[in-house]
Design a protein around this ligand. Structure first.
Ligand SMILES: [Zn+2]
Ligand SMILES: [Zn+2]
Length: 279
């Protein structure tokens, strides 16, 4: 499979001259079968706009799976030109909400409807469907996808493991393992859901929002230190880890410093927008 990093920023986009090399778009990863166009998209942050460019003028035909409904994971939806056209076909899946009986489209419309935004999800052109996911294993666009709930803050959040039968990747962009306790090294618990998602994968793409010195004051915002992501990858036997969901004020120089801190470990890479990885 080919993985295109379309948005690696967390919380809110980060435009500007200090954010050029790692990129400012929020969470979005596009996955394509070997040699084909992207068909499976994880999260619909503003990076979703980049997927249109990967499709070379063609409409998007495929599935978008959201980890959760925070702004930085959905705000690209109405700006996805390849999905908002008459010949597009898009299945959008999001974690089943446990409170109330609202369906997926209704939950999405709470943040995407007047007066917050000019149109509702039903106003997107093309053939869109909206569905809810429970934790478990399912098929999407020829891939096997496993969904597991992970601790975050303010809304049910899933991590995903995607396999094509030859290689596997795990995607956990928003994760607060300290919510379950300090764990063996103080970075948070290496809990069964995280370990199972990352077990033996070729690539783990994981939340690395905080520096160690920020954890004490900021872990309550729902994110871990990059050190947790690296340790999780090692404990789970992941072959590589990509540090992502960068803090919006983390400049290129600050992300270079993060890469330098882990330079002795060849399995660690700091995620940068527009990079592709072939697994
Ligand atoms: Zn986020
Ligand atoms: Zn979030």
């Amino acid at each position: 499979m080919r993985i295109d990093l379309c948005g690696v920023r967390g919380s809110t986009p980060a435009p500007g001259a200090e954010f050029v090399r790692y990129g400012g778009h929020t969470s979005c990863v596009a996955i394509a079968p070997d040699g084909a166009a992207p068909r499976l998209i994880l999260d619909a942050g503003t990076g979703l706009r980049r997927v249109t460019g990967l499709l070379a003028g063609a409409p998007f035909t495929g599935t978008i799976i959201l980890t959760h409904l925070h702004w930085d994971h959905v705000h690209g939806l109405p700006f996805f030109a390849a999905g908002d056209r008459d010949d597009a076909r898009v299945a959008l899946l999001l974690p089943e909400q446990l409170e109330g009986s609202a369906g997926a489209e209704e939950v999405l419309a709470r943040g995407m409807s007047p007066p917050h935004f000019p149109i509702t999800p039903a106003g997107l052109r093309g053939d869109w469907s909206f569905g809810s996911l429970a934790p478990g294993v399912f098929k999407a666009e020829g891939f096997t996808v496993e969904a597991r709930e992970v601790p975050h803050k303010g809304g049910r959040t899933f991590g995903y493991r995607v396999s094509d039968g030859h290689s596997a990747m795990a995607y956990i962009p928003d994760h607060c393992p300290t919510a379950l306790g300090p764990g063996p090294d103080g970075w948070g618990e290496y809990h069964p859901a995280a370990l199972a998602l990352a077990a033996g994968v070729d690539l783990l793409i994981h939340d690395s929002f905080l520096r160690p010195d920020e954890v004490a004051a900021e872990a309550s915002f729902g994110h871990p230190a990059a050190d947790y992501a690296v340790a999780l990858a090692h404990r789970a036997g992941a072959r590589r880890v990509l540090l992502t969901h960068h803090k919006p004020d983390r400049t290129d120089d600050a992300l270079d410093a993060l890469a330098t801190r882990f330079r002795a470990d060849p399995t660690v890479t700091v995620a940068a927008e527009a990079h592709s990885i072939d697994l």
